[in-house]
Design a protein. Sequence first.
Length: 166
Amino acid sequence: MLQPIRRRTWAPRGQTPIQKAWDRHDRLSVISAITVSPQTRRLGLYFQIHHENIRAPHIVEFLTGLHRHLRRKSIVVWDRYSVHRKATRELLDRQKSWFDFEFLPGYAPELNPVEFVWNHTKYAQLANYIPEDLIDLKIEVDLALETECNNQTFLRSCFGFARLRL
């Protein structure tokens, strides 16, 4: 959102940091996936940024593009969010045998490594950041996620936090 996420910070004694922001509720939606190469165990982070709420067609488009990039059948593991279930039905109805779908238990974000990516992006990289507008926010989110895409140590730590072995 354009509203900054306030976090504790350091400042010289007597100089309290002040964030000047107004009550803005414009926001971006981001869809992402962490991939694991079956041979090399190399991790990848893929994402798309949207200016509206993500719906099933966005997810179908994202997974179709991911399939074109990876060029192999994939297992998609995700939570039981209603949009995910609808996208699963749409892909299966289209006879897309590119994917096998597995669902995480309900209400278990701690099992989803992508949740740790979001947590780090929002509460560490973009903490106390006040964007001018949605374009500015999109640029910063894109830069933050791009730095995480190639950071194997970071992506592996997301699996470690979720207590998942690779």
